[in-house]
Design a binder for this molecule. Structure first.
Ligand SMILES: C[S@@+](CC[C@H](N)C(=O)[O-])C[C@H]1O[C@@H](n2cnc3c(N)ncnc32)[C@H](O)[C@@H]1O
Ligand code: SF4
Length: 455
């Protein structure tokens, strides 16, 4: 079937599957007491990873889908840094022992909105309560436009090992439309400065599907990004969800590329990056062949969590900060999304958990199926079912949808083993969705508008 008909058939609003069940299915049944019990039950030898959310940026980019607000008041920023330190102390008391940490991820928003001294104080609090050593990966999301000398020195002091720089697109007309003006020179300067302080792995984020983006412009952006020799690249499709992110109403919708144009933009970026020697990873990442992520992907050791793709093997992820999500073996727990509610809980000495979901055996099985599809682009169903001690027919409800995908050439599927066709990477969310028990299935059921388009 030709691409246009495949896209028309499968284009729908779907989750990005950074968790399963996905966040819209979280509810109030998971509260601070539940989360505290889950944390206390972590085995003493457990290695955990930590995610710190900083929901602030200097200005808000019109396209942004992240949980963040424009804040520049130093007192507000310092007060939030204090809350993070309070939360670290509270978590340490609940956990009751020093857990070893494999990964720390500072995300946002823009974590480097915090003053350098506050970043160092937060890092010191973490090191006081958790076992963090030279092997711990410390990743930070960075906006190159606001990387001051003070922040750079702080990043060196906290031991940053991996940096992720937001780029999006270098074309001035696109930058103007998305409210993010960022020159190639300041991006290159930030990349060089980070390498100079010893950052061993550098990632750049690019977007396709933006207003006024043309194939020629995207080609120039990808080539400019490649000239910085990043270790990894993420190429995300712009998720336009103005009913959830009100400021996206400022995006000129008439200038957005349609689904077919988006598809071609994605193909173009993918081709240029692959020609430069990068390995495609999962849905939207690329890595140099010798990069840890490419090595993990080849060995079947890639994982997917709220930060996207990761090499982190920890079975417990503890989220800190407003809206941060923890993923423990027992389930997911999300902190209060807004800072006042987050602060109110901490002021009372309580974990600021607002909602979440406990996993049952069926959730775990489907979560594993979806993660392997999103990471390996392949799935051995009998092996998965055996590993989970599930009934042989536990995932049979996925078969009709998988049969249809096979008939359309998107997967190879013999009823037991699934392999995504090399050209079907853009359809990965559609393939993973076959295992999602919570997604409305019936042909006439309204697809929830909460997700962005899948292709
Ligand atoms: C937290 S930001 C990165 C760090 C920093 N705040 C910056 O923008 O440079 C995370 C990334 O999410 C991506 N992103 C944000 N909004 C998006 C949207 N609506 N659709 C797709 N990707 C988006 C962008 O590529 C952005 O670089
Ligand atoms: S893209 Fe980055 S800098 Fe822009 S608003 Fe979102 S989080 Fe902030």
């Amino acid at each position: 079937m030709d691409k246009g008909r495949l896209i028309a058939r499968y284009e729908q609003r779907l989750p990005r599957y950074t968790s399963y069940p996905t966040a819209p299915h979280f509810g109030p049944s998971v509260d601070a007491a539940t989360y505290a019990a889950w944390l206390a039950a972590l085995p003493a030898h457990e290695t955990v990873s930590l995610y710190l959310h900083v929901p602030f940026c200097r200005t808000l980019c019109r396209f942004c889908g992240c949980h963040t607000t424009a804040v520049n008041n130093p007192a507000t920023l310092a007060s939030y840094a204090g809350l993070l330190r309070t939360e670290i102390g509270l978590l340490a008391r609940v956990i009751g022992r020093r857990l070893k940490v494999s990964h720390i991820h500072w995300g946002g928003g823009t974590p480097t909105s915090l003053a350098g001294a506050d970043m160092i104080a937060i890092s010191a609090a973490l090191r006081r309560h958790f076992d963090i050593d030279a092997a711990t990966e410390i990743a930070v999301e960075i906006d190159p436009r606001v990387l001051t000398a003070d922040r750079l020195a702080a990043l060196a002091a906290i031991g940053i090992t991996r940096a992720s720089l937001g780029v999006q697109d270098f074309d001035p007309s696109v930058q103007q439309a998305i409210g993010r003006e960022q020159s190639f020179a300041e991006t290159a300067e930030a990349a060089a400065a980070l390498r100079a302080i010893g950052v061993g792995s550098l990632n750049l984020d690019l977007l396709y599907g933006l207003p006024y983006q043309s194939e020629a412009g995207l080609r120039a952006t990808v080539r400019a990004a490649l000239s910085l020799q990043p270790d990894r690249l993420a190429v995300f499709g712009y998720a336009h969800v103005p009913w959830m992110q009100r400021h996206q109403a400022l995006i000129p919708e008439a200038a957005l590329p349609d689904t077919i144009a988006r598809f071609h933009q994605r193909e173009l970026a993918e081709r240029l990056i692959a020609e430069a020697g990068y390995t495609p990873i999962g849905l939207d990442h690329f890595a140099r062949a010798e990069d840890r992520m490419a090595v993990a992907a080849r060995a079947g050791g890639l994982r997917r969590n709220f930060q996207g793709y990761t090499t982190d093997q920890a079975t417990a992820l503890i989220g800190l900060g407003a809206s941060a999500i923890g993923a423990l073996p027992q389930g997911y727990a999300q902190n209060a999304a807004r800072v006042p509610a987050y602060r109110a809980a901490l002021d009372k000495g309580q974990l600021p958990v607002a909602r979440g979901v406990a996993l049952n055996a069926d959730d775990r099985l489907r979560r594993a199926a979806i993660e392997r599809v999103m990471c390996d682009l392949a799935l051995d169903l009998p092996a998965l079912i055996a590993a989970h001690d599930a009934a042989p027919d536990a995932l049979d409800d996925a078969h009709p949808a998988l049969d249809a995908l096979a008939a359309d050439g998107l997967i190879a599927w013999d009823g037991e083993h699934l392999a995504v066709a090399p050209t079907a990477r853009p359809f990965l969310r559609v393939i993973a969705a076959c295992f999602d028990r919570y997604l409305p299935r019936a042909a006439n059921s309204p697809v929830p508008a909460r997700h962005a388009l899948a292709i």
